[in-house]
Write a protein that binds this ligand. Structure first.
Ligand SMILES: NC(=O)c1ccc[n+]([C@@H]2O[C@H](COP(=O)([O-])OP(=O)(O)OC[C@H]3O[C@@H](n4cnc5c(N)ncnc54)[C@H](O)[C@@H]3O)[C@@H](O)[C@H]2O)c1
Length: 324
């Protein structure tokens, strides 16, 4: 059996990754979370009650707790972080803490053990968003874009800077301990269980009380459904061509937030006028990844259309569906 550690497994992407991994009976999946954001809901309970899944509640900011994790792990999908735009503004120091300390403690624990065949780090487009905005870098954006943050005094960048640290810690920590690594740079994944601090659930939660409101409606993004993001991540975790690489995971279908709003309303059968607001300070105007490398290395093609993904997400947030 292959023993795999998924950190942040009670969160959004970690859950989908852990569940896809657990569907293979040859995998033993160790799920770790401290529930600072993720939930011990019925979906997580169903996952962690499976025979080939072990759940551990641990705060990865605490090196003593990390030391107690199982030693004989072959692959780590390190998804734990404090994500969500509202958190960047409201509790930036906690964001910095949760996006840096776990990475360091995990590499320091597993590096010397010589059991790891791959370390997969969850990077983010936020680590280069400023470069695109300030220097007009090409969109769709490839992996060789310079990373950077616009303004250290704007707490929004607590996240982007800490995740940039994670990429640097991954490259240098894994080289130091001779561990093959992959940085998976995620771009706007969405789906059930993603919390309420991202544009899609935020819109749906307001829609429950008949309010249709969007912020930054002229900004553009592209959206990948969670099952597709998890499939791509796992494929990269096993692909030889992804060793010691940074690879974008996302969708190339760039759209305005306004058009996203209309697509959500159509998918969810909602009717009404959307009230459009400008972007908050420091907001990123354009974002979409070039995913040629992902296609080439992992043979990736999306399985979910935006409409299908939005329907599933809307059912979860509007109808209290417990499906994901
Ligand atoms: N969702 C996206 O679109 C997106 C985009 C870019 C990057 N990412 C990255 O992908 C990863 C997963 O993102 P997500 O959206 O699933 O986030 P999420 O907040 O849903 O999940 C992260 C999980 O990590 C857990 N966690 C945080 N700090 C912890 C700690 N100290 N100890 C143990 N557990 C801890 C949280 O409780 C949560 O369940 C993150 O690293 C994030 O930075 C996500």
């Amino acid at each position: 059996m292959s023993k795999i550690l998924v950190t942040g497994a009670a969160g959004f992407l970690g859950f989908f990754i852990a569940r896809q991994l657990a569907s293979d009976p040859n995998n033993l999946v160790v799920c770790v979370d401290n529930f600072i954001r993720g939930e011990n809901d019925s979906l997580y309970q169903e996952l962690t009650s499976r025979e080939n899944v072990q759940a551990i509640t641990a705060d990865l900011n605490d090196s003593a707790a990390v030391a107690l994790l199982p030693d004989d792990i072959e692959i780590i999908f390190h998804m734990a972080a404090l994500n969500g735009t509202q958190n960047f503004y409201e509790r930036p120091f906690e964001v910095v803490r949760c996006c840096t300390l776990p990475t360091m403690h995990l590499i320091e624990k597993y590096g010397p053990l010589n059991t790891l065949k791959r370390w997969i780090y969850a990077g983010t487009s936020e680590a280069y968003a400023s470069t695109v905005t300030r220097f007009g870098w090409e969109v769709p954006t490839a992996e060789n874009v310079p990373l950077g943050i616009d303004d250290i005094f704007n707490s929004r960048w607590s996240y982007g800077a800490s995740k940039m640290h994670g990429e640097i810690a991954t490259v240098n920590g894994c080289r130091h301990f001779d561990i093959p690594f992959t940085v998976v740079r995620f771009h706007n994944a969405y789906g059930p269980r993603m919390g309420d601090k991202h544009v899609i659930p935020d819109f749906l939660v307001r829609a429950r009380s008949g309010v249709f409101e969007l912020f930054g409606h002229e900004d553009t993004r592209s959206f990948i459904y969670a099952e597709d993001a998890a499939k791509a991540t796992i494929a990269l975790g096993y692909a030889d061509g992804a060793k010691d690489q940074v690879v974008n995971v996302g969708s190339e279908d760039e759209m305005t937030i306004r058009d996203l709003g209309y697509a959500i309303m159509k998918a969810a059968n909602l009717e009404g006028e959307i009230v459009l607001h400008p972007s908050p300070k420091g907001s990123v105007k354009r974002r979409a990844p070039n995913i040629s490398l992902l296609r080439q290395i992992a043979g990736y093609e999306p399985e979910w259309t935006l409409e299908e993904g939005l329907k599933k997400t809307a059912a979860y947030y509007l109808q209290d569906s417990e499906e994901a």
